[in-house]
Ligand binder design. Structure first.
Ligand code: AGP
Length: 609
């Protein structure tokens, strides 16, 4: 998704801006641009379609320097990825970068055209810069013009604004899209994500909804949504940098898959003792909130939604607590009924997903006991706006396809199930059993990752296929859904997932030798039923790839490839069986030569709806 970087310093900021864009590349984008004020107070603009490397070439061909500037990576929403649509957009001497969507842009555009403005792009963003210029031409100072302009916008925005007529100030604004201020020594910055500025500072101000900010080399002035001057806390970030390096791995996704034993350990650290979950980990208010909880409503998107689906099985089966789950983009646009004493739970890697955030805001006015988020990014909007937060501690996830975020979410959700369950159907003995199993997780993950070479070989059977079917039963059905999402996301192979018992109700018609069927088959009470479903596939000439418990009694033959998985406790099976499916999609994508870390059309953090 779009990224913003801005800088005001007493040195040339071009390198800082371009490095910042590179650090935001993982979010997904299709064009990039930069605007600087040079020593003659002229706006220097460079924009390209494609990667930041292309922007660097454009800058090398026509060099520029400046001590104040803004830069952007654009993920197209209004208008194709073209140079004209790339940011920054300009009007007279003003340049603007924008993340988000201005929903009433047509109306503002018509008003501005009537006043003589000329538009050169198809973007909603261009109205922002023309409107600010119109207000400045009417006599407003640049900051006041940005304040007045934002009052007219409906939708979501994070903005960075500079003007050649006001060369010392960088203006920012945030409403619905994240923006942070990086605080340096006689230099200050803005960015849509603190990671973009880690090379220049470790001190950040996380702006709040409706904040406007004026950044100069000497200081930072913030107005809150009511236009009152406020001082916001400066946070020091010390641990976010490590993921900027792929180390020995070829891709971030691969690195993140192999990090799972370690980061699952991080999720557990400080949260479990020898025999029990320490519920203080959920925050000081948690005990009182959990005491009241009789039901759970989960809302999330994509992979995080799949984690929630697994948790539904756990909460109902182990804890005896009713759990509903819905994708955020549906939930936020329908009338829903809140049962008494229901805890609202969001799950998100980024903590900035627009639909999930909107659902939380709606939930806060709808009579839930409280909002708890399971999230990976400290200081993200979801964390700040929720009553309770349990951080997954997976470290930055750069690959667009979520891997370690999913398994650490499952780990955190298992902790939640236990603390809620002990107030309902979960006995102390069962809690102890679950904890003992959790302690084994990192080791078991390592054992499964040793199957990498075997799975690489298996992936060859998928490289020339156009479709694949993923099957699971019970709690393994969401695992199959996640496996299918991974394959389609990074290899562009159409993949569907079904509960295996649904096969004969339709999808069986698709099965032939061109449709590989992937099955997750741990040894559990549904195994025999699953085996019957697989016979239905074999009888139609389908090719099976079964990830099965080594003792489950499967054997490979002409149409069946069995990948033996070590025996694992039932409670861990959804986590463990996810890993080989991640490896499978990774290796298929390598064979197909796709962009593994930044698959086409996708963004890491979906901050627009
Ligand atoms: C997963 O591989 C995807 N990239 C995507 O589905 C993602 O999980 C979804 O956009 C939700 O993101 P979040 O966890 O940051 O809220």
């Amino acid at each position: 998704m779009c990224g913003i970087v801005g800088a005001a310093a007493q040195r040339n900021v071009l390198g800082i801006l371009v490095e910042g864009l590179k650090r935001l590349e993982y979010r997904g984008y299709d064009s990039a641009g930069v605007a600087l004020l040079d020593s003659d107070q002229q706006l220097q603009l460079r924009k390209t379609v494609g990667k930041v490397a292309g922007l660097e070439e454009a800058i090398a061909a026509e060099p520029a320097t400046g001590q104040i500037g803004i830069a952007h990576t654009r993920w197209a929403t209004h208008g194709k990825p073209t140079q004209a649509n790339a940011h920054p957009h300009t009007s007279a001497n003003i340049a603007v970068v924008h993340n988000g969507i201005i929903e009433n842009y047509q109306e503002i555009r018509e008003q501005l055209i009537a006043k003589g403005a000329t538009f050169v792009s198809e973007t909603d963003t261009e109205v922002i810069v023309h409107l600010i210029n119109d207000l400045v031409s009417g006599g407003k100072d640049l900051f006041d013009a940005v304040v007045a302009a934002t009052e007219q916008f409906e939708g979501a925005y994070a903005l960075g604004v500079i003007s050649a007529d006001d060369p010392d100030r960088l203006i920012g604004a945030r409403s619905g899209s994240p923006l942070v201020v990086g605080v340096g020594i006689e230099e200050n910055f803005i960015a849509s994500d603190q990671m973009a500025l880690r090379q220049v500072t470790d001190r950040f101000i996380f702006l709040e909804e409706g904040d406007l900010v004026e950044v100069t080399t000497n200081g930072v002035t913030i107005l809150d949504k009511d236009k009152n001057r406020v001082v916001r806390k400066i946070s020091r970030i010390t641990d976010a940098d490590e993921a900027a390096d792929k180390g020995e791995y070829r891709h971030y996704m691969q690195k993140e898959i192999f990090e799972q034993p370690k980061v699952i350990g991080n999720t557990l650290q400080g949260r479990i003792g020898k025999t029990a979950v320490l519920e203080e980990a959920f925050g000081t208010e948690a005990k009182a909130i959990f005491d009241r909880t009789r039901a759970v409503q989960i809302v999330a998107c994509g992979t995080s939604y799949h984690a929630g689906l697994v948790a539904k099985y756990w909460l109902e089966e182990w804890a005896g607590i009713a759990c509903s789950i819905e994708v955020a983009s549906e939930y936020r646009y329908r009338r829903f009924v809140v049962s008494p004493d229901t805890l609202f739970v969001t799950i998100s890697q980024s903590g900035e997903t627009a639909d999930t955030l909107a659902a939380l805001r709606l939930a806060k006015e709808s009579g839930y006991i409280a909002g708890l988020t399971i999230c990976n990014v400290p200081n993200s909007s979801l964390v700040r706006e929720s009553d309770l937060a349990l951080m997954t501690n997976a470290g930055p996830e750069i690959g667009v396809a979520s891997t370690k975020a999913f398994t650490t979410q499952l780990t955190a959700l298992q902790l939640l199930t236990i603390v809620l369950g002990r107030r309902h159907d979960l006995t102390a003995d069962r809690e102890q059993e679950l904890i003992e199993a959790l302690h084994q997780m990192p080791k078991l993950c390592e054992m499964v990752l040793e199957l990498d070479k075997t799975i690489e070989k298996v992936s060859e059977a998928f490289a020339d296929k156009h479709h694949a079917l993923f099957l699971g039963r019970g709690v393994q059905y969401p695992v199959a859904m996640e496996g299918a999402l991974k394959l389609k996301e990074i290899s562009y192979i159409h993949a569907e997932s079904y509960p295996a018992g649904e096969l004969k109700h339709g999808p069986l018609a698709l099965v032939d030798s061109d449709m590989p069927v992937v099955v997750v088959a741990p040894s559990n009470q549904l195994l025999e039923k699953l085996k019957s479903n697989l016979e239905e596939v074999q009888a139609r000439g389908g090719e099976l790839f079964v990830f099965a418990d080594k003792d489950a009694g499967f054997s490979s033959d002409d149409n069946t490839t069995v990948i033996n998985i070590p025996h694992v406790p039932d409670s861990l099976a959804p986590l463990i069986y996810t890993l080989p499916l991640q490896l499978l999609s990774y290796h298929v994508a390598i064979l197909k030569g796709t962009d593994v870390d930044q698959p086409r059309n996708l963004a890491k953090s979906v901050t627009v709806e």
